[in-house]
Design a binder for this molecule. Structure first.
Ligand code: S3P
Length: 165
């Protein structure tokens, strides 16, 4: 099986759904953010603080290549910031965009303090969201709308898509 890459904005449920999907399919799962933190022995907010976003993006691009050995990969929300990442994903698997509304994402991330790029005023958040959505859409082989759906429903929908490939 080719790798299933889940992409989408912060708070779209990539990790929760990725884990559940891998379990249902009995496949190997990894979260690319966890992989980066383990590899570099540093938490992501700290990487941003001490080394800056550019260094994090470089770590992420290398990590993405390394995790392509897994079956299900939850990527970080900024994976679409580098076109190289698209190549890696297209060469090794299928890209699924979990599309979640800004309202839903905002409510899920209300008390979040672990995402440096969410630590912004409302205009900044909306701007990032609006810039990213077309990128996710252009990277995606399949788009799954997640608003008002349970995790089980979303996993079932993805499984259906995968079966058809
Ligand atoms: C980021 C999303 C985060 C993490 C980092 C940067 C982004 O991952 O990779 O904070 O640029 O959108 P999640 O999408 O899992 O929150």
């Amino acid at each position: 099986m080719n790798t299933i890459y889940l992409i989408g904005f912060m708070g779209s449920g990539k990790s929760t759904i990725g884990k559940e999907l891998a379990e249902v399919l009995s496949k190997k799962y990894i979260d690319s953010d966890d992989y980066i933190e383990n590899k570099h022995q540093e938490k992501i907010p700290n990487i941003f603080k001490t080394k800056g976003e550019e260094v994090f993006r470089d770590y992420e691009t290398v990590a993405l290549k390394e995790v392509s050995a897994y079956d299900v990969v939850s990527t970080g929300g900024g994976i679409v910031e580098k076109e190289k990442n698209l190549k890696t994903m297209k060469n090794t698997g299928v890209v699924i965009f979990l599309k979640t509304s800004f309202e839903e994402v905002s409510s899920r991330l209300k008390d979040d303090i672990n995402r440096p790029l969410w630590d912004n005023d409302i205009e900044g958040k909306i701007k990032l969201f609006n810039r990213r959505i077309p990128l996710y859409e252009s990277y995606a082989d399949y788009i799954i709308n997640t608003d008002n759906k349970s995790i089980k429903e979303i996993v079932r929908e993805i499984s259906g898509v995968i079966e058809e490939i």
